[in-house]
Ligand binder design. Structure first.
Ligand SMILES: CC(C)(COP(=O)(O)OP(=O)(O)OC[C@H]1O[C@@H](n2cnc3c(N)ncnc32)[C@H](O)[C@@H]1OP(=O)(O)O)[C@@H](O)C(=O)NCCC(=O)NCCS
Length: 197
């Protein structure tokens, strides 16, 4: 919470909007939708959690997530909802480094809402918050080497592929590759000036 004014804090609590989405804190009421998409094996395939996820487990998670603050070190998770239809459709996670100058992203959409550009829109908004509004130096993300939808999203938002780790993570009974992505504030400023997201 370094250097944060109470005015900034109130503003942050209000969440973020994009053309079609609201990014806000989790609430207990999000638990059924959270349990539903975390229980979908297609959604959890390249993620660290095991499906199915019970409503009770999702309730505990929603309560924990609702207490977080996106300016603190560690993970904060935004709940993503459409502006016109209430209800959780996914989430964007941000892990700030201890010194607050870098962050790592993660993201998930319920299957019914994939293929509409919602994840690109939500992640682009969070990247703008981190690199343009908050002045972080670098944002990164990593995905399973087979997760082409995740890699495609990151490239649409402007991330640069910067590494491929071979069989670097043991997950769900197998060794998997990780593709690493990065985006510097300087690159973000340059691409914004030339019309990129
Ligand atoms: C990763 C994930 C969020 C990507 O979702 P996605 O729907 O592919 O990504 P977007 O929301 O950006 O949508 C892009 C797609 O919508 C289409 N689209 C439709 N309308 C659009 C619009 N108005 N604007 C932009 N894109 C639009 C695009 O053409 C693209 O489709 P394509 O991939 O068939 O070319 C999703 O696959 C997911 O939740 N996976 C499970 C969890 C996971 O693995 N997370 C990543 C961990 S690293």
């Amino acid at each position: 919470m370094r250097g944060r004014t109470s005015r900034q804090h109130v503003k942050e609590e209000e969440g973020k909007e994009t053309a079609r989405l609201v990014l806000r804190k989790f609430t207990l009421g999000d638990a059924p939708a959270l349990a539903a998409y975390r229980s979908d094996p297609e959604v959890s395939r390249y993620q660290s959690w095991e499906s199915p996820v019970s409503t009770e487990e999702a309730e505990r998670l929603a309560v924990t997530l609702s207490a977080g603050d996106p300016r603190d070190p560690g993970w904060f998770q935004y709940a993503v909802e459409r502006r016109d239809v209430p209800g959780l459709i996914g989430d964007v996670g941000v892990r700030r480094s201890e010194d607050g100058r870098q962050a790592e992203l993660g993201f998930t959409l319920a299957r019914a809402f994939q293929g509409c550009g919602y994840a690109t829109e939500a992640v682009a908004r969070v990247v703008k918050f981190l690199l343009a509004d908050e002045g972080l130096h670098r944002v990164s993300a990593a995905c399973d080497g087979r997760n082409v939808r995740s890699a495609g999203l990151l490239e649409r938002v402007g991330f640069r592929r910067e590494g491929h780790l071979v069989q670097s993570t043991w997950i769900k009974g197998e060794w998997t590759d990780d593709i690493l992505f990065g985006l510097l504030a300087s690159e973000y400023r340059a691409s914004s000036a030339t019309g990129r997201p």
